[in-house]
Design a binder for this molecule. Structure first.
Ligand SMILES: Nc1ncnc2c1ncn2[C@@H]1O[C@H](COP(=O)(O)OP(=O)(O)OP(=O)(O)O)[C@@H](O)[C@H]1O
Length: 249
């Protein structure tokens, strides 16, 4: 279980996250939605220890993040929204590098890598340099590297973006299977259809504040006969409303 307790993050005068209280249970796919700049990546980066919240606590399996950072990092596989890849490496070299950071048996690594490469249709590209890859192939390379060590908690920042329909379908299937195994899948998306299809529970952020937490069906029940798009847009308001005011920080 993952708990955000009063988590806030200021970037200078910008309040990117404002007193977030949220619980994410095992065995579910949890989605973050919100306009550009709403605070989704800030939340995710706080959980994966890329940034430190200004205040509040993040607790993973009863362990407070700042006290058990290494143990918690070992459980988490993170796909960033804007990845920096080592362009001069081949895909296989990159995956070796990713696997080396985790305690992973060589035979297990080879088996998982074979499965993931086949699933994402990347076997034939394993010895090519990442610099030669399209955006979608780079995204697949990162996803394979992230899932290779078999982390219990998947944290995926806009993972579907850039994937072709087949890869997108396969990743969504994998997310569902992982959650069905009693593990945790957290992702952010702008795609409401994906959210509706996948999320057991979702959080909607606006200007760094949590404005909805619950199931898609409970959200839709607030306005019977309306589409998710309509309900979502009514709730979040205009995208321009998400500009940070920058005061009261
Ligand atoms: N490194 C940073 N320095 C300063 N401000 C930042 C930084 N990172 C994010 N912000 C600001 O924090 C706020 C939240 O940004 P965040 O990236 O969390 O939003 P998001 O919901 O992930 O947006 P998007 O959908 O566009 O990816 C925005 O106002 C953004 O400009």
């Amino acid at each position: 279980m993952i708990e955000f307790k009063g988590v806030s993050k200021n970037y200078g005068t910008t309040r990117a996250l404002d007193n977030l209280n949220l619980t994410i249970k095992e065995g579910e796919i949890f989605g973050f939605l919100g306009h550009n700049g709403a605070g989704k990546s800030t939340t995710i980066k706080s959980l994966v220890s890329i940034i430190n919240p200004t205040s509040g606590e993040i607790i993973v399996d009863q362990q407070e993040l700042t006290k058990y950072r290494l143990q918690i990092k070992e459980k988490i596989g993170y796909v960033p929204d804007n990845p920096d890849l080592f362009l001069q490496l081949t895909a296989a070299e990159y995956w070796d590098l990713m696997a080396a950071a985790f305690p992973l048996d060589e035979e297990e690594k080879e088996n998982r890598l074979k499965k993931l490469m086949e699933l994402f249709d990347m076997s034939k590209h394993q010895d090519e340099t990442i610099a030669s890859f399209s955006h979608g192939m780079r995204q697949k390379t990162i996803i394979i590297g992230t899932l290779l060590p078999n982390p219990a908690i998947w944290v995926l920042d806009e993972p579907i973006q850039g994937l072709d329909p087949q890869a997108s379908y396969d990743l969504k299937q994998m997310m569902r299977e992982h959650a069905n195994e009693g593990k945790t899948v957290i992702f952010s998306t702008h795609d409401l259809a994906t959210a509706q299809q996948l999320c057991d529970e979702l959080a909607i952020l606006k200007k760094g504040q949590l404005i909805y937490n619950g199931t898609v069906s409970d959200l839709l029940a607030q306005a019977p006969n309306e589409s998710l798009e309509t309900v979502y847009l009514k709730l979040t308001g205009k995208a321009s409303d998400t500009e940070m005011e920058g005061d009261d920080v």
